[in-house]
Write a protein that binds this ligand. Sequence first.
Ligand SMILES: NC(=O)c1ccc[n+]([C@@H]2O[C@H](COP(=O)([O-])OP(=O)(O)OC[C@H]3O[C@@H](n4cnc5c(N)ncnc54)[C@H](OP(=O)(O)O)[C@@H]3O)[C@@H](O)[C@H]2O)c1
Length: 304
Amino acid sequence: MRALVVDPDVPGSLRLGTAAEPVPAPHQLVLDVRHISLNRGEVAFAGRRPPGTVHGYDAAGVVVRTAADGSGPAAGTRVAAFGAGAWAQRMAVDTTAVAEVPHQVDLAEAAAVPMAGVTALRTLRSHAILGRRVLITGAAGGVGRYAVQLAAIGGAYVIASVGSAPRAEGLAELGADEVVIGLDGIDRPVDVILDTVGGPQLPAAWDLLAPGGGVQNIGWASDEPAVFEPYSLFSMGPAKTMSTFGDVHEVGPDLATLLGFVAAGRLSPEAAWRGSWEQVAEASRALLDRRIAGKAVLDVTRLA
Ligand SMILES: NC(=O)c1ccc[n+]([C@@H]2O[C@H](COP(=O)([O-])OP(=O)(O)OC[C@H]3O[C@@H](n4cnc5c(N)ncnc54)[C@H](OP(=O)(O)O)[C@@H]3O)[C@@H](O)[C@H]2O)c1
């Protein structure tokens, strides 16, 4: 089958090549993949994987083989999926990591949801946000645009931080109450911070945190170090916290929740870049250069 495989000798370390058919474990189904989506981490670090690895985690397609243990959806069901080896014509994926795509939802848009959507959902869910001031950094990006929408659904006052004025476009419509460049103009403490940027902005954001508040670090898109001045983590009153995130265990139910929001018109997948997987280098470059407002979705085109 054809697949996007790791090749350290090409720009971006990914090329369309061939790979062996996946061999499903008893708790896995086989998906005929129709669309995939890119995430910054996978694209940025593709070259760290062994050459020939089938890369990627986000896919949407149609079940072609049910799991041997009887779990999961029937053959012919349209599903979104999260699992290693997604960027291929077929993937074997745990039945606990897929969700049926409601008939109202476009399958390509569903491919934009898994990693970024579940990350935003799970990080927000670990904080009380109703009526709270929630700051989202990297708000124009893949995770950020889901976080803005879900924080608004959850009843937060949403402050969306972007890197430059043009990147503010569309965020108010998605539910941001304020859009700021960097941290400029945030004149009152915030209760929760979802941070996808890291770097020097992180200690500056920490200083904005109210007593009892929490920073949820999700990623480090800036790729720059963060320096906390001595004693800057000291604060009087209820503890301020900083948390990590990497919980992608059994995402199926959360994926179903997100697709339900999409079906109800409450959540936009923000599939801003569309093209064939033959264009993976172009899409990856645009993502890394901060030129995509949301997600890149690639179609798994067949050979003529
Ligand atoms: N922990 C997990 O499980 C998990 C899951 C998903 C993602 N992540 C991580 O979360 C981060 C965001 O992922 P994503 O897919 O949302 O990425 P993305 O779509 O590329 O968005 C990243 C955002 O970061 C902002 N940014 C600020 N400074 C930057 C800089 N110096 N270089 C590049 N971007 C900068 C950009 O802002 P502007 O657009 O305003 O310029 C961009 O919108 C990545 O580090 C990713 O690896 C972690």
